[in-house]
Write a protein that binds this ligand. Structure first.
Ligand SMILES: [Zn+2]
Length: 493
């Protein structure tokens, strides 16, 4: 059967099953989140965090974004600081980048019209730009910044966007603005500076409050992190990333889930009601299961993106390239799960990407297990992951290519994207699945709720995750985790 016809049939089937469920669930989704904290609680918590103000001006003719950025940086460390460092990932899109945005094997998918370079040109004087691809920006301070003191830093720069289906770039359909601004690095016993990596999401960010304006040519609709307080003026609190997607062709559907407005921006979707339904249900389920989603908006944005999806604060990209309907719904759930795992509960995605990816994969499978209308169980997903790993290893063995089962590697240390994906997604999902097999997924959900409450707006580590699960589940998990992460995945809990 032609796969297009098969997909169409599946879409119709899913539409039929889910339309009934949507009608039945409309009331219950609203009910789930009624005890949500008012926005002022978020604003109150936000006062201890820095602010990033971005005034942006997009030129459609030149594909450039001029940015005036004012960062209020608070020294949360116990040491005097003599400089402030930022990541400038617009430079990962340069020609001949040492750490390019896209792996060689993915170039055709990301650059369907051929390679096109992007870069950031900083015009602020007295700043230092270095790193292999000039992705580090240092602002020397005239005098030391004492612990708990804050400083305002102004930066001006212009980003030339590449024609690329990626986090930052433009296509004929949309302009993706992810990780575009100067992102303050984390100071933790020294500045934590990393190169870009085409494996995974090379980000390790603290939450900030954002105030963003965009001047764009008439006709552009803007999907954005945060709330639109005036036309093309957005505010967001305690977001680990701020992203926007602009298009002249968006259609939108919205739905209220508790105190949150979920907006689905789409370009080509035969069953947009169902995509919005999935997004709303995922938001309600994770909110109810872990901790309340604190923001008053969630933008689910279908756009050109060479990988399945990408998570930002209160905004997710869903790739137009995902044409299998069930897989598409799975990407929506996975990216929304990231609102908790990496968004609210941070982790170092370069050093421990398996934490947020493993949790997002595992929680997506639990979502499907608890929403039987999709016909996908937790044990099905675990079996699929086991067979993906077996297939990967047998192919590697056949060609005599060495591979690792080690999960505690920096994302750049995996030789190929598939090796990264197998360890960070499939094995990590199976790690949480093994725990759920022992204690039951409901008990693991309860433990993850405590873990989320304990680490909200902070960073989790392997140790703090293990400790949180041990405290709640009453099992000694240290040996199991150590062995599993070191590549001995046959370790029994
Ligand atoms: Zn993910």
């Amino acid at each position: 059967m032609d796969s297009k016809i098969k997909r169409r049939l599946l879409a119709i089937m899913l539409a039929g099953i889910l339309t009934v469920v949507i009608a039945l669930s409309a009331v219950s989704i609203g009910r789930v989140l009624n005890q949500k904290k008012p926005l002022s609680a978020l604003q109150a918590a936000a006062q201890d965090y820095g602010t990033i103000k971005l005034d942006c001006n997009y030129s459609e003719e030149n594909h450039t974004l001029a940015v005036n950025q004012t960062t209020t940086y608070i020294n949360h460390s116990t040491q005097n600081l003599y400089d402030i460092k930022f990541h400038l990932f617009g430079n990962a899109y340069r020609e001949n980048a040492v750490f390019p945005a896209v792996a060689t094997s993915e170039m055709e998918r990301a650059y369907p019209d051929g390679f096109d370079a992007g870069y950031t040109k900083v015009t602020t004087p007295h700043v230092i730009i270095n790193g292999a691809d000039e992705t580090t920006l240092t602002v020397p301070l005239k005098e030391a910044l004492a612990p708990a003191a804050s400083i305002e830093i102004n930066l001006q720069y212009t980003i030339k966007l590449a024609r690329i289906k990626h986090r930052l770039g433009y296509t004929k359909n949309a302009v993706n603005l992810g990780n575009f601004y100067a992102i303050p690095a984390v100071y933790d016993n020294g500045w934590q500076i990393y190169n870009y990596s085409y494996n995974g999401d090379p980000f390790y960010n603290e939450p900030y409050n954002f105030d963003v304006t965009m001047t764009a040519p008439a006709g552009y609709q803007i999907a954005s992190s945060g709330t639109e307080v005036a036309p093309h003026h957005f505010r967001g609190y305690l977001l680990r990333d701020f992203a926007m997607v602009m298009s002249r062709d968006f259609k939108t559907l919205t739905r209220e889930v508790g105190n949150t407005t979920v907006t689905y921006y789409y370009l080509n979707d035969e069953i947009p009601d169902i995509s919005l339904y999935t997004a709303s249900n995922a938001l309600a389920y994770f909110s109810n299961t872990f901790i309340d989603y604190p923001y008053d908006t969630l933008s689910v944005v279908q756009t050109d993106f060479s990988e399945g999806g990408m998570e930002y604060g209160a905004l997710v990209y869903i790739s137009l390239d995902v044409t299998d309907q069930l897989q598409y719904q799975g990407v929506i759930v996975h990216e929304i799960a990231h609102q908790w795992w990496y968004g609210l509960v941070g982790n170092n995605q370069i050093r421990t990407p398996w934490i947020d990816e493993g949790l997002a994969e595992y929680c997506t499978a639990v979502f499907f297990e608890t929403h039987p209308q999709y016909g996908k169980t937790l044990s099905n997903t675990a079996a699929q992951n086991k067979s993906s790993i077996a297939m990967f290893e047998s192919i590697m063995d056949e060609y005599g290519v060495r591979y690792t089962r080690q999960m505690l590697k920096e994302s750049n240390a995996y030789k190929m994207p598939t090796e990264y994906t197998i360890n960070t997604y499939a094995r990590a999902m199976l790690l949480f699945y093994a725990i759920s097999e022992k204690v039951g997924y409901e008990n693991l959900n309860a433990a993850l709720a405590k873990y989320a409450a304990h680490h909200c707006y902070q960073f989790a580590t392997v140790q703090s995750l293990t400790q949180a699960l041990e405290d709640e589940l009453g099992y000694d998990l240290v040996n199991f985790m150590n062995n599993y992460l070191a590549g001995r995945q046959d370790t029994v809990l």
